[in-house]
Design a protein around this ligand. Structure first.
Ligand SMILES: CC/C=C(/N=C/c1c(COP(=O)(O)O)cnc(C)c1O)C(=O)O
Length: 389
């Protein structure tokens, strides 16, 4: 469970037996055709996969350079990529005889996906959510509750994703016997980062097949926004050995990547440390205290990043850039105006970088971007910023 010096398993002794039984169950499932058959069935008939690979013609014309394709994971059931991973973890939880599922959530999409799958399988669901996120993603709080989940607001820290994950881990340590912790991104102790990556890789596998069908070749550049990094790793992983494909991860630059740390660009503005069970790049002060960070987007508002991204950064296989709140809001509006797609604030960060690089690229250069979530949850936030709420 290591990616160079990153990853690993830094957990309390009480969690070890559960982590080891989860690793055993996952290793068994990975090689079990019936596990993947059940996943395929649910991805097809419940999630609505494959998600389309859509040529954004007017956006491409507006930018006047490379061809832009969007991988439409915002069209999945529940409106984001999160359900790809939740299905896998819940199938494992059922195989382990767990009846109580807990999750952390920031944007509320992972929480909604977990509540959704728990309703489908008749499992108890408890979601920890920072109080600040409860406010700024209210539509998703209603959806979780309507789906039968208990949503517990977390008031420690700044009341965002990091704080929610802390409380979820505390709950888990207390209830290891009947509880399964469904982690929403490629973070946490081994095997979570690898397992979540493997479930999200359906995105990149489909994108590769669809691009070959549409253009007869691989994309030149693939790009995705990064909170913990699961939608990005899902798109990137199937392309890692295709060395000619340029890989770009886009972090939240918030109010700007500077010493005020009002951002969540963990790779660009952080350094290696340990948080939530794994070693990775983190925003921390000189004493190693984890900083709160900041982003307009709840899903990217996390002062860490999945350990495999830290490794890809170290070995230079992927580039990581930061996009500010303001640039993301510009992208939000351009997406609505040119394509009639209201995007979530998270993928707007990737789109803002696409807007930066496309004009200088030739018309035969092909870009594939992860449209990992729809913007229903963000319309009030954006309306306020644009002064028409
Ligand atoms: C696991 C906590 C992250 C959440 N969301 C993150 C998120 C992200 C960032 O998460 P990653 O893909 O894991 O980097 C991107 N796009 C959308 C639409 C998101 O909702 C959540 O709780 O919904």
């Amino acid at each position: 469970g290591r990616f160079g010096i990153f990853g690993g398993r830094f957990v309390s002794e009480t969690l070890m037996p559960l982590i080891l039984s989860l690793e055993e169950e996952y290793d068994r499932a990975k090689d079990d055709p019936s596990f993947w058959a059940e996943m395929e069935d649910l991805w097809t008939h419940y999630v609505g996969r494959p998600s389309p690979l859509y040529y954004a013609e007017r956006l491409t014309q507006h930018l006047g350079g490379a061809k832009v394709y969007l991988k439409r994971d915002e069209l999945n059931h529940t409106g984001a990529h999160k359900i790809n991973n939740v299905l896998g973890q819940i199938i494992l939880a059922r195989r382990m005889g767990k009846t109580r599922i807990i999750a952390e959530t920031g944007a509320g999409q992972h929480g909604v996906a977990t509540a959704t799958v728990c309703a489908k399988f008749g499992l108890k669901c408890v979601v920890y959510m920072g109080a600040h996120d409860v406010e700024r993603q209210a539509p998703n709080v209603f959806r979780m509750r309507l789906l039968g989940a208990e949503v517990i607001p977390v008031t420690s820290g700044r009341g965002t994703l990091k704080d929610a994950m802390n409380d979820a881990l505390r709950d888990w340590v207390t209830n290891v016997r009947d509880t399964f912790y469904c982690i929403g991104t490629v973070a946490g102790p081994h095997p979570y980062p690898a397992m979540v990556r493997d479930f999200q890789s359906i995105i990149g596998k489909e994108a590769k097949e669809q691009m070959m069908a549409a253009e007869g070749r691989l994309p030149d550049t693939i790009i995705a926004a990064i909170g913990g990094g699961s939608n990005a790793m899902g798109l990137f992983h199937p392309f890692l050995d295709d060395k000619e494909v340029r890989i770009i991860g886009v972090e939240a630059g918030g109010k700007g990547v500077n010493e005020k740390m009002e951002h969540c660009a963990s790779l660009t503005g952080g350094r290696p440390g340990v948080l939530h069970g794994n070693r990775t790049y983190l925003l921390q002060d000189d004493d190693g205290q984890i900083l709160e960070g900041y982003s307009i987007s709840a899903g990217l508002d996390y002062p860490g990043i999945g350990p495999e991204h830290s490794w890809l950064h170290e070995v230079g296989r992927a580039e990581y850039v930061a996009i500010t709140d303001a640039e993301a809001l510009e992208a939000f509006q351009l997406c609505c105006a040119t394509e009639g797609i209201i995007p979530a604030l998270e993928p707007c960060h990737a789109l803002a970088h696409v807007m930066k690089i496309v004009p200088d690229l030739p018309a035969d250069h092909i870009i594939c971007m992860n449209m990992c979530g729809r913007g229903d949850k963000d319309v009030q936030t954006v309306a306020k910023h644009l002064g028409f709420d």
